[in-house]
Design a protein around this ligand. Structure first.
Ligand code: 5GP
Length: 195
């Protein structure tokens, strides 16, 4: 088995539109399983608030980032609102091989597709709302976003939920306790697969 195929058995991509409770489920998994951690990206955006280099992100300048693209150091990268963000191969390798941890990826469907292209065999789970109507209701009741932002999130959600070929598993977050149990159960199966 190649290195990347071996490493991919220690990776779990978690996709899902905003409003599905994806972040809550990821935090639940991290709090209840000490053999996994969240992927740490490299970015060209400036640190915000109390963010520290090497903790939330690795912060670099644009020239450094571009040189790393040219050196093929990223498993995937994107330009989001004018800033570059990328997932370094070396971060994945060292987390799995040196720290002995599994890596969770909280990325969009485009990034997930690219990552899967580089690490064939990686599992990808979709966190889905019970229905588009429920998702819309949740987004509107948060009252944190303007109507046009909510509309954009709903369109993105429709696009993401339609990418059915990408997802190996779907967790429908209807009841939070059930969804928390399911993400832990899925991770436990991933651990058995890794042996
Ligand atoms: P923020 O600047 O708010 O931390 O993140 C902005 C956006 O960049 C979010 O949508 C986040 O998901 C995305 N992002 C963060 N890291 C990566 C990465 O490594 N790759 C890609 N493709 N997007 C990322």
């Amino acid at each position: 088995m190649t290195d990347k195929a071996q490493i991919s058995r220690h990776m779990l991509i978690i996709c899902g539109p905003s409003g599905t409770g994806k972040s809550t489920l990821i935090q639940h998994l991290l709090a209840h399983r000490n053999t996994c951690c969240l992927s740490r990206s490299t970015t060209t955006r400036a640190p915000r608030g109390s963010e520290q280099n090497g903790v939330e992100y690795d912060f670099v300048d644009v020239d450094t980032f571009k040189a790393r693209i040219d050196a093929d150091e990223f498993a995937e990268y994107a330009n989001v609102f004018g800033n570059y963000y990328g997932t370094p191969h070396e971060m994945i390798r060292s987390t799995v091989e040196e720290k002995g941890l599994d890596v969770l990826f909280d990325i969009d469907v485009q990034g997930a597709r690219t990552l899967r292209g580089k690490y064939p065999g990686v599992w990808c789970v979709l966190i889905a709302p019970p229905s588009m109507e429920v998702l819309e209701k949740r987004l509107r009741s948060r009252a944190t976003d303007a109507p046009d932002v909510i509309e954009r999130r709903l369109n993105t959600a429709r696009h993401e939920l339609a990418q059915t070929d990408l997802f190996d598993f779907t967790i429908v977050n209807d009841d939070l306790d059930t969804a928390c149990s399911q993400i832990c159960a899925l991770y436990d199966v991933l651990r058995l697969r890794s042996l």
